[in-house]
Write a protein that binds this ligand. Sequence first.
Ligand code: NAD
Length: 283
Amino acid sequence: MGKILDGKAFANELGQNLKEKVNNLKKEGITPHFCVINIGDNPASKIYVRTKKRRADKMGIIQDIYQLSADTKQEEALTLIDKLNADPEINGVMVQLPAPKQIDADELLERIDPNKDVDGLTPINVGHLWMGDHFVEPATAEGIIALLKHYEIPLAGKKAVVIGRSNIVGKPMAALLLEENATVTICHLYTENLAEITKQADIIVSATGQAFLVTADMVKDGAVVVDVGMNHVDGKLVGDVDFDSVKEKASYITPVPGGVGPLTVQFLMEAVVKLTRRQHDRE
Ligand code: NAD
């Protein structure tokens, strides 16, 4: 049976260090401060925003929540981003996605000052990421790389398969695995013979939002399986991976909950502190 990659425990360990970093900054009169803009009433988004707020409070970071109504106009959201970009007290700005239909989310992301882009999703930072010269990274992918390194799982030369190609998870995950010298394949909804590809993988990262997509017959013995998915089935939170069967074949596997989720929140906080330090020349 595979060993559990305990994201929650690792996130808590990192949290202790980060709290100390924040305390040291506070002694210098600097308190990391970031803003989350949430537009509309998506229930999951509201939960994510609150989860971040709890973590920020725990870390000693200030998190402001700008809750905008579902009928917010593009210009209003852009004006708010401009205001936060210009405010020297604010170290980070992010837009909680998804946004309502009338909103062009890409335009909002593009408007965020790349130096305050705690999610690493502005085109400039995405470019830096793929060039291998980045100062901020999307939290989920960054957290997964850190988790794999924490468990001393070798990445160089390994065959990694990322399922999902979103800007927020799949693509940055592929970029960071590539940077670690893995041989990376990106699969998605149009991929034919997914199982044939995943069966070759030493490392599988699934980020699709399809419950139980990855089954034991798709995984080779000894593979490392990272489950990013967060799906609600019969009132229960489950991942993309059929955990009970896949854990028998995997050498390491992340659980859901308690795997990638806590790391994503922790690495967002790490990004806030990293950008705060950078803005104050404390690199
Ligand atoms: P998304 O909907 O933007 O992208 C999903 C991707 O999966 C797409 O690229 C699509 O092509 C691919 N896909 C969908 N069905 C597929 C299938 N049957 N076979 C192969 N590929 C398929 O989603 P996202 O924002 O990348 O999030 C993915 C999942 O990860 C969701 O469940 C989301 O809730 C979760 N998530 C978790 C965390 C975390 O911290 N654990 C963070 C972000 C997202």
